[in-house]
Design a binder for this molecule. Structure first.
Ligand code: KG4
Ligand code: ZN
Length: 346
């Protein structure tokens, strides 16, 4: 079965074709970063309009890349949540209209399930069961995964998501959006020994996270240390703060992952979502899991951040089990818990 996947939950328009027997055949991504950059963050109304403008040309380009036409597609998968309501509606309306016109089934995909299963697009996929750390702009989730749709929540962020903390801290440091890659690049030039930021909630039991305090810590450190500084000295301070912030997030995530692996007795960790593109986080997780004789799996870098390939693949997992949207009415679910999903029929 060849599945066309459509992702429009936030600021990337992603389209891909996943074949059950041959894997990923084509994928196209259009990033709206330049559109939102001047506003310092995503403007929802602009995002929805741009998805609508880009979707049909991207679907055409994806079919062409796979050397296919509409008759070769047997199912359509689209992100139905969580995400921005208008952006989700743009993708959902195009996906459901195409499915109706082409007379094929479609299926709603949960965006975080897309991320969670994305390492399965790689040559060396993880086997169930595993523990997954999902770190994106909107979510920080530690999940015990028994199979597709069989998720047990181990821990989550009580305030800012990990990616959100990167984005907000980047703003405080005067960096552009999205903040994660900007902080990572600046941190490369920073001195890891100058400041030590707190590792929130690691000294109490449990697997929940809290990242919003790090933002305040950044602000107070910046205010205290930057008085009278300019030029290179100010740039060095900003780099040292970026490094201290990144070290604190990475260390906190690593400590909680180790705890989750020990608690569940698992030997397989999956790391996914935009923040999983962070090199320091990947290196640190490799080291930490080596100590536990456990293996860690990630998607390739471009499939850590939002993309259509993960949606086509997650949709295929459900369509092949016979799951499909019903009727002609459709709705999106901007706030949809991953834990509300059910396993597809065996
Ligand atoms: O998964 P994603 O593309 O979108 C959501 O589902 O939210 O994640 C985007 C988040 C943003 O907060 C972005 O700053 C962060 O991932 N991010 C990074 C890196 N690349 C993207 N954070 C840290 N280091 C990176 N290299
Ligand atoms: Zn995402």
């Amino acid at each position: 079965m060849n599945v066309l996947g459509i992702e429009t939950s936030c600021d990337e328009t992603g389209v891909a074709i996943y074949a059950g027997d041959r894997g990923l055949l084509a994928h196209q991504l259009y990033s709206q970063v330049a559109l939102h950059a001047e506003y310092g963050g995503v403007v929802p109304e602009l995002a929805s309009r741009d998805h609508l403008r880009k979707l049909v040309p991207l679907i055409r380009a994806t079919l062409e890349q796979a050397q296919m036409d509409q008759d070769d597609i047997q199912g359509i998968a689209y992100t139905a949540g969580p995400g921005l309501a208008g952006a989700l509606l743009a993708g959902a309306s195009v996906a459901r209209s195409l499915a109706w016109a082409w007379n094929i089934p479609s299926v709603e995909v949960h965006h975080m399930e897309g991320h969670l299963l994305a390492p399965m697009l790689e040559e060396n996929p993880p086997d169930f069961p595993f523990v997954a750390l999902l770190v994106s702009g909107g979510h920080t989730l530690l999940v015990n995964v028994a199979g597709v749709g069989r998720y047990e929540l181990l821990g989550q962020s009580l305030d800012d998501a990990a990616g959100e903390a990167f984005d907000k801290t980047a703003k405080l440091l005067g960096l552009g959006y999205p903040g994660g890659p900007a902080i990572a690049a600046l941190a490369e030039k920073g001195d890891s020994g100058r400041f030590r930021f707190p590792r929130p909630m690691v000294d109490r039991p449990g697997l929940d996270f809290s990242f919003s305090g790090l933002k305040t810590y950044t602000l107070t450190t910046l205010q205290k240390e930057s008085a009278g500084l300019e030029g290179d000295a100010l740039a060095a301070l900003q780099a040292d703060i970026a490094r201290a912030f990144e070290d604190a997030v990475v260390d906190t995530l690593a400590i909680k992952c180790r705890r989750a692996m020990e608690q569940t007795n698992s030997k397989t960790l999956v790391l996914a979502g935009g923040v999983a593109a962070n090199q320091r986080l990947r290196q640190r997780m490799n080291q930490e899991m080596r100590k536990l004789a456990a293996r860690v799996f990630y998607p390739r870098l471009e499939f850590c951040t939002d993309n259509g390939a993960m949606i086509a693949h997650a949709g295929w997992q459900r369509l092949k089990a016979g799951q499909a949207s019903e009727g002609l009415a459709f709705h999106v679910n901007p706030r949809w818990s991953l834990m509300d999903l059910e396993a597809p029929a065996p």
